[in-house]
Design a protein around this ligand. Sequence first.
Ligand SMILES: [Cu+2]
Length: 340
Amino acid sequence: MNKQHFTNRRRFLQGMVAAAGTTALGVSAPLAQTALAATAGERGLLRSATYPTNTKDATLSAVTNKVTLHTPHIVKEIAPDTPYELWTFDGSGPGPAINVMEGEPVDFTMINDSGMMPHSIDFHAALLPWDKYYQAVNPGEEHKFTWTPKYPGVFMYHCGTPPVLLHLINGMHGAIIVQPKAGWPEKADREYVLVQHEFYLGQPDDQGVYRGDYLKATQVQPDFVVFNGYANQYQANPLVANPGELIRLYVCNAGPTTFSAFHVIGTLFTATYADGNPANKQTGMQTVTIPPGGGYVVEMRIPDEGYYPFVTHSFAYTGKGALGVIKVGNPPPLGEGASH
Ligand SMILES: [Cu+2]
């Protein structure tokens, strides 16, 4: 391979990685797949490039009952200088936060373009026989079905292909939100989706890329516990609101194993809804317990400008990346206006 060819190849791969991180759903999948088909040597070229980050805009997307998920495998940064080979729904782990309407049919298509292995889907929001709908979809295959959500809430979806634990730690999970047909008691001014989950890292390969460590996962020794795929991402890019606004967070705990003790420092929840169902209302809660495979909607009105960190209050895990911030109003930058 001459040098000219090598350079062109490198530029080509860099372009693909960049495209895979930024383009619309569906377009990214084949690009990511091609990038991962590279040999180890070619991955060395990728390593010298900048990997896309596995960050996510937490803002709730618009309701749509037409859902298509691709399953590319792709290397992304899950923390600074930590490239990880993710198995994904639509190019990120967790996959996209799906937002559908209760009582209306969901038109679902899964396309396995991993090029490597079977994957599958399991919607916690659905009433469907596992043996028919949640089975392996082989590479190159499409799987389509229609179902109608009967309960509103925030639910987990995930790949259920054995070993499920491995597919989960590699990122094959996400949140599906079913909006209540009757609406929420109050209209929210801000709506965000947070998926808490763990990463378990093995030794990096000779290109510095990490992969999931199954043994560590069975021993519950996470390297990272994060919201939405990247350690502490909402410290640098806080969720925002104005004083007095109704903030609604849809929180899903994708685990795979640790519980979330979801808490916002400096406030109390005006209302919380177990599994995100408006019928399951509690008031004045400080911390909610979210099991792996569970969800919660928490609402708050924060009267005063300032910074309000959100965490899992299981403090062994908080320092592993599960800390974000809600910035209310326009407080002075941290460190300048803070009193001691
Ligand atoms: Cu899978």
